[in-house]
Design a binder for this molecule. Sequence first.
Ligand SMILES: C[S@@+](CC[C@H](N)C(=O)[O-])C[C@H]1O[C@@H](n2cnc3c(N)ncnc32)[C@H](O)[C@@H]1O
Length: 265
Amino acid sequence: MSKNNPVVYLVGAGPGDPDLLTVKALRLINQADVIVYDRLVSEPIIDLIPHGTQRVYVGKAPGKHHMGQDEINSLLLNLAKTNRSIVRLKGGDPFIFGRGSEEAQYLVQHGVNFEYIPGITAAAACSAYAGIPLTHRGMARSVRLITGHCRADQPLELNWKSLADKQTTLVFYMGIANLSQLREELIKAGLDASTPAAAVENGTTSTQRRCISTLDRIADDIKAMSIRSPALIIIGDVVSFANELDWFTPQSDIKDAIEQHAAEN
Ligand SMILES: C[S@@+](CC[C@H](N)C(=O)[O-])C[C@H]1O[C@@H](n2cnc3c(N)ncnc32)[C@H](O)[C@@H]1O
């Protein structure tokens, strides 16, 4: 890279816990002229942006886009005309259901240099913070990362037969709204209704919540707990470890326990 050429850094911010940022991500955040960030970049990570750095929010909420993808692409291009170091900060990993590859393609097509800094994706982080190993010798020999939501709310058409494998852990991103369909299709394709299943809401953050259930009950259980996006769905026998390996206590649980203790004494 020539010293004077602008670079757009496509940076993964990880799932929320700022301690899960990579050293490289933090270094680039500290050096950036401008930071363009998404809705899934957590508050504690936004707080790490130096005060003088220009920041642009382009967050997308489910169903309502703050800024369309075309506008984001043009914005990056325009910022590259007047800045040296542009950080495009995205939740999790930019290349995993993050549209980072589309932004990279656009930059390449318009002659702008980019670099890609992977982040910890929700599947790896939320499962770990929920006490669920994605693989386990003799139990789960593969993992599938799957979108539970199709472009423009099209019906979800997946190869259900290939997903219904007892020794594969299924991880659905954006799967909350279509969970009833997921359950029906997977059971129809042959996955046992009693297969352990979990939802992890706001994984790795101070407000993380887990719903540990089974394939046939998970849709009702997450409704009962009012689990909302962002949430990750994990289906497979490895979910059975969730109680034994439950190591993470979110700050909100600690606060509730302190309040309960105070009320009782
Ligand atoms: C558009 S995808 C972005 C995924 C991101 N690029 C990644 O690698 O994690 C958004 C979905 O990721 C999942 N997700 C991301 N962060 C999460 C978190 N902290 N807790 C639970 N789910 C999360 C949810 O399924 C959410 O609907």
